[in-house]
Design a protein around this ligand. Structure first.
Ligand code: PLP
Length: 358
């Protein structure tokens, strides 16, 4: 198999894909694939419950939090958050650290009184503003942050203190990459297609006292309390994606859990950033303290070599290194499923390309 550096849908662990393949035609002697099962039958309900329990174990999710397996992507939660947690003219605070924060801000702006309480836009999103300097409002219904900006490769190195205002985090591109104290957050949400499983599944982890008061007119499909009450089976859930996410959770447990993953992820990222920093040919603009462990954007000294770089990479089985269209350059997404050997193969190629063309 190639090494796939795609930002999402992203590489899945080979063991997970192999198990899914082996179980494809006949799941545990039932004579059918998980894809073909009723979501209300015993077999799928056991798969679903096990996946939820494994996620709770991995992240240490307290019992007073609902864990929802939804559809609609993280983008739907950009609307779901204000609809569930705030009234039409209520104050809601947002931190702007990149493209995904801006999208969340724009969507919420149609539904509530949004204030951008801190931003690193003027600095080209090369750092995360210090939480001590955020101009938050004590009466805000929540404070929204994006702990890992997938496009800019920018990540939080510390979080605001848990105060009276619940912190809501779009953790799409770094969930499960390291341990997190869930109790410091009112809500965490993530699209699955990076570190959880295939596209089509969205995870919402939300403190139960925050839900149940969705504003008038909220569509049922965006009402977290309705999904919680129905164990995420208010309608047909994304069953196969849920099953694959469950296989990923079991794989993570076998790796030793989130602290073990954090150690590996830090090693992988340090190796790649270290190589980039030592080179005069490759560069990453983010201040070291705020560099993402998951998404590593980099540029070549000469833009006109970009296509040659990508072609050479592809020929070696190093796929999807093109940066996001909004920023250009390159980006290596190195989620949990990227083995250390993939980082070494990338660095070998980058060194060789620099020697040839630099
Ligand atoms: N938030 C972040 C941080 C993302 O990286 C993405 C997608 O890449 C999204 C939100 C949007 O997710 P979705 O495509 O699942 O709606």
């Amino acid at each position: 198999r190639a090494y796939n550096f795609c930002a999402g849908p992203a590489a899945l662990p080979e063991e997970v894909l192999t198990q899914a393949r082996d179980e494809m035609l006949d799941w545990q002697g039932k004579g059918l694939s998980v894809m073909e099962m009723s979501h209300r039958g015993d077999a799928f309900v056991s798969i679903a419950q096990q996946a939820e329990q494994d996620l709770r174990d991995l992240m240490g999710i307290p019992d007073d939090y609902a864990v929802l397996f939804l559809q609609g992507g993280a983008s739907s939660q950009f609307a779901g958050v204000p609809l569930n947690l705030a009234g039409p003219n209520d104050p809601v605070d947002y931190v702007n650290t990149g493209v995904w924060s801006r999208k969340a801000i724009a969507e919420a702006g149609r539904m509530a009184d949004v204030k951008e309480v801190a931003s690193s836009e003027d600095a080209g999103y090369t750092h995360v503003p210090d939480p001590a300097e955020w101009r938050t409002r004590p009466d805000a219904r929540y404070l929204h942050i994006t702990p890992n900006e997938t496009i800019g490769g920018l990540a939080y190195s510390r979080f605001p203190e848990a105060g009276d205002v619940p912190v809501v985090a779009d953790w799409s591109s770094a969930i499960l990459s390291e341990p997190v104290d869930v109790s410091r957050f009112g809500m965490i949400y993530a699209g699955a297609q990076k570190n959880i499983g295939p596209a089509g599944l969205t995870i919402v982890i939300v403190r139960r006292d925050l839900i149940g008061n969705a504003r008038e007119g909220t569509p049922a499909m965006l009402d977290y309390a309705i999904h919680d009450k129905a164990d995420s089976m208010y309608n047909t859930p994304p069953t196969y994606a849920w099953y694959l996410a469950g296989l990923v959770f079991q794989w993570l447990k076998r790796q030793g859990g989130l602290q073990a993953m954090a150690d590996i992820n830090r090693r992988k990222a340090n190796r790649l950033y270290g190589f980039i920093d030592e080179s005069d040919f490759y560069a990453n603009p983010v201040q070291p303290e705020y560099r993402s462990l998951m998404n590593v954007p980099f540029t070549l000294a000469d833009d006109s070599l970009n296509s040659a770089f990508l072609e050479g990479a592809e020929a070696r089985g190093l796929l999807n290194l093109k940066g996001h269209r909004s920023v250009g350059g390159m980006r290596a997404s190195i989620y949990n499923a990227m083995p250390e050997a993939g980082i070494e193969a990338l660095i070998d190629y980058m060194a060789e390309f620099e020697k040839d063309k630099g």
